[in-house]
Design a protein around this ligand. Structure first.
Ligand SMILES: Nc1nc2[nH]cnc2c(=O)[nH]1
Length: 449
């Protein structure tokens, strides 16, 4: 074994249940997978422990330290890192045109891209995000640079070079030069990232990325669907995010976003669609049939989605769901905040928000999710969404993990001797971990923080 980690970890079994892996040994092989997981009751436990000690391959967590799976961010606009924490005062359409497109246009400058992307990937790893699905920009070089930075820093990156080719919908200063260039550039990008992946232990993956239906011509959407099928790659986009975006697509095509994307071959097992607030039940059934996932972005939804997505309803139907920060429509680079906001927003949907209405008609019943469910979305659900063996501290999964130290200096974690069960501690980790508590991060068995 390459290394053996001894400690207490938490990992999702399913949406509701968390496994408490008390004092387990996690045996990591040279390829960075968990080859074996041993509990203190297992016969081999003491022998493996002794051997690891003598071979100096053992890493032992100390008291107050816990292991969690690394988080998976299913929706993040890398160039928008530069404006994160600002510009949240306008509705989606105006926000895109006033702030976001002018910023993204600057990524023709590779030096600016390098500075922004290095800082972002370091920040995400520091916050426990071991896998990220990125929108880059329309620029091939800057998009490829982002994939290279992920590869070098040890993050599992899924990177999309964005397509937005419709002259009627995008500004002159920021759109693809032509349909032809959008499609050939996408194919070239896919080939370059696939080549890079051959020498990247944790994997980097190209993603077909029509920005959203309103920004693309039908020819581009059709071409991208064909390219995704030909190269068997991931697909991402935005779907039915806001009143404006949802209605715009309906007016143009006479049907919902999800059905349009499906008609163009853009809803597949490897497709991840951000937001999806206005999905109908028929749309959700299409997602389930195709194996397409929702990237739930609860913070950004509070600013731009005009609604709270009934995420519990879609989870109960069986849609695959993960979480996204949606920088910079969301302001926090860490998935912990997305977990917390997912719970809070679902509670507000269930109870309703207008105190002038009576309680019985104020909210939408059965909408709340638990911390366990939101944690599932951030880990195992994210892994299922991208069809990769990540998001669990389980055998045959990549060892992507974060070590949380609850006793570190200046920690704000109220855990007192003998007061808290491990179930309580798990909840405190979910609700109260801050960046300073995340003392180590591993991706594919390699320590990256
Ligand atoms: N939240 C969000 N929605 C979008 N819809 C199209 N582009 C974007 C974007 O950059 N952010």
């Amino acid at each position: 074994m390459n290394k053996i980690i001894k400690g207490t970890g938490f990992s999702s079994i399913n949406l509701q249940e968390i496994e408490i892996l008390e004092d387990y040994l996690f045996c990591i092989n040279d390829d960075g997978f968990i080859a074996k997981r041993l509990s203190p009751n297992d016969q081999d436990y003491n022998m493996v422990l002794k051997q690891a000690r003598s071979e100096e391959t053992l890493m032992e967590l100390t008291e107050g330290q816990y292991l969690l799976p690394g988080f998976i961010d299913l929706h993040i606009h890398a160039p928008q890192w530069a404006q994160t924490g600002t510009a949240l005062d306008l509705p989606l359409y105006e926000w895109l045109n006033t702030y976001t497109f002018p910023l993204e246009a600057k990524f023709s400058d590779i030096t600016f891209a390098e500075e922004t992307y290095n800082h972002l990937v370091d920040t995400l790893l520091g916050n426990g995000t071991t896998t990220a699905l990125y929108f880059a920009t329309i620029h091939e070089e800057a998009s490829f640079l982002l994939a290279k930075i992920c590869a070098e820093k040890g993050q599992r990156g899924l990177v999309g070079k964005v397509v937005m080719d419709d002259p009627a919908e995008n500004p002159d200063f920021y759109r693809d030069a032509s349909l032809e260039e959008a499609l050939t550039g996408t194919e070239r990008f896919i080939q370059r990232v696939k080549e890079l992946n051959k020498t990247t232990k944790q994997g980097v993956y190209p993603v077909v990325t029509p920005r959203f239906v309103p920004s693309c011509t039908s020819e581009a959407l059709e071409g991208l669907g064909k390219i995704a099928a030909k190269h068997d790659v991931h697909i991402t986009s935005h779907c039915s995010e806001s009143d404006w975006a949802h209605n715009h697509v309906k007016e143009r095509f006479g049907k919902n976003d999800a059905q349009v994307l499906n008609d163009f071959g853009l809803l597949t097992e490897k497709a991840i669609m951000a937001h999806a607030n206005f999905l109908s039940d028929d749309d959700a059934k299409t997602y389930i049939e195709q194996g397409t996932a929702i990237a739930h972005c609860p913070i950004s939804n509070a600013y731009f989605a005009n609604s709270v997505i009934p995420i519990k309803h879609f989870a109960d139907m069986g849609v695959e769901i993960g979480l996204g920060t949606d920088l910079s429509a969301g302001y926090d680079p860490g998935i912990y905040s997305a977990i917390r906001q997912a719970v809070i927003s679902s509670r507000m949907l269930e109870d309703g928000v207008d105190p002038s209405k009576n309680a019985a008609s104020r909210g939408r019943a059965h909408s709340r999710i638990t911390a366990n469910e939101a944690f599932y979305f951030a880990t195992a659900g994210g892994g299922e969404s991208i069809s990769l063996p990540v998001g669990r501290l389980a055998e045959n999964y990549a060892f992507d993990a974060q070590i949380i130290d609850t006793k570190i200096k200046d920690s704000s974690m109220p855990i007192f001797e003998g007061m808290n069960s491990l179930q309580d501690i798990f909840q405190k980790l979910v609700y109260m971990t801050q960046r300073r508590n995340i003392i180590s991060v591993f991706v594919q068995g390699e320590r990256v923080k």
